[in-house]
Design a protein around this ligand. Structure first.
Ligand code: IPE
Ligand code: IPE
Ligand code: MG
Ligand code: MG
Ligand code: MG
Length: 294
């Protein structure tokens, strides 16, 4: 498999889907529509929609109902980054290789563009009801809303911000990582499985694989914040230290954080291999995330 080419084809497809679904930039509220596009069409890795689609493929999904959800999860992810960068949260002025949205459009427009993307994500996901009138879309919609909200990503961001500069235990550290990052990866992969008609047990298995992928992904993000450069990452390094964040690196040190990424990813790959279906691209993607450079 020419993995790099396969990955680029998939990334390009997500970009096209987002182009198709983003709102037109006209009307009196044009500024917020421009800021939405600015934050979404900026060369992210598109990992979450790709994971969603590959999980959908793993379970032989074929109705096309996954497409609006793929656009929707990237809108949610982009909004989470826009808000994460705001002065009141991580206060970072650089994202995906250019000014973060609030730095380019002002703080008010940054807040509103985040709100707008969040809301528009659900308008977009709802298009799936017309593609597949069966029960899967309603089930996926509900899971998607839950994992992106207060019991998922937002919950994690709350504890991440509230515990800055405070001593916390390993359970809280894990809660932060599993929710702020793991929950969107769960939303991605579980939505893909549900839309394809996977059984409840299979969806649960996919959920625990996704949680591990997300946990490893965030620990790697914390490592890169210390070991990489702004040029490579396209976002400021040293952000966690600046904000006194509780990270795996701070808590356990670089070496242990590094071995945790490997160990947790290995666990995810073992569970993936035990599913009754196979998707070599998905397996390879999860393997490569372990040593990602950005
Ligand atoms: C950044 O996510 C935020 C984290 C959860 C670590 P990504 O590393 O997927 O960012 P983009 O989408 O590629 O910019
Ligand atoms: C971000 O964690 C998680 C979400 C945006 C939900 P970080 O704050 O570590 O992400 P980066 O490093 O700014 O991308
Ligand atoms: Mg943050
Ligand atoms: Mg941040
Ligand atoms: Mg980070």
């Amino acid at each position: 498999m020419d993995f790099e080419k396969e990955l680029k084809d998939r990334t390009d497809r997500v970009d096209r889907l987002l182009e198709k679904h983003l709102p037109k930039e006209d009307g009196p509220q044009k500024t917020v529509l421009e800021a939405m596009r600015y934050s979404v069409m900026s060369g992210g890795k598109r990992l979450r929609p790709i994971l969603m689609d590959e999980t959908y493929t793993l379970f032989n999904g074929s109705t096309g109902s996954v497409e609006p959800f793929m656009a929707a999860i990237e809108m949610i992810h982009s909004y989470s980054l826009v808000h994460d960068d705001l002065p009141a949260l991580d206060n970072d002025e650089y994202r995906r290789g250019r000014k973060s949205t609030h730095a380019a459009y002002g703080e008010a427009m940054g807040i509103l563009a985040g709100d707008a993307l969040l809301n528009y994500a659900f308008e977009t996901a709802a298009l799936a009801f017309d593609i597949d009138p069966g029960p899967c879309v309603a089930k996926a919609f509900s899971l998607f809303a839950k994992k992106t909200g207060i019991y998922g990503m937002i919950g994690g961001q709350v504890v991440d911000v509230e515990t800055e500069g405070r001593q916390i235990g390993p359970d809280t550290l894990r809660f932060i990582h599993e929710k702020k990052t793991g929950a969107l990866i769960e939303a991605a992969m579980m939505t893909g499985a549900i839309l394809a008609g996977a059984s409840d047990d299979q969806v649960d298995n996919v959920g625990s694989i996704a949680l591990d992928v997300g946990l490893a992904f965030q620990i790697r993000d914390d490592i890169l914040d210390v070991t990489s450069t702004t040029e490579v990452l396209g976002k400021p390094v040293g952000s966690d230290e600046k904000n006194n964040k509780n990270t795996y690196v701070k808590y356990f040190g670089l070496d242990k954080a590094e071995s945790e990424v490997e160990h947790i990813s290995e666990r995810a790959l073992t569970s993936l291999a035990s599913l009754p279906y196979e998707n070599p691209f998905l397996t390879e993607l999860i393997k490569r995330l372990v040593h990602r450079k950005k």
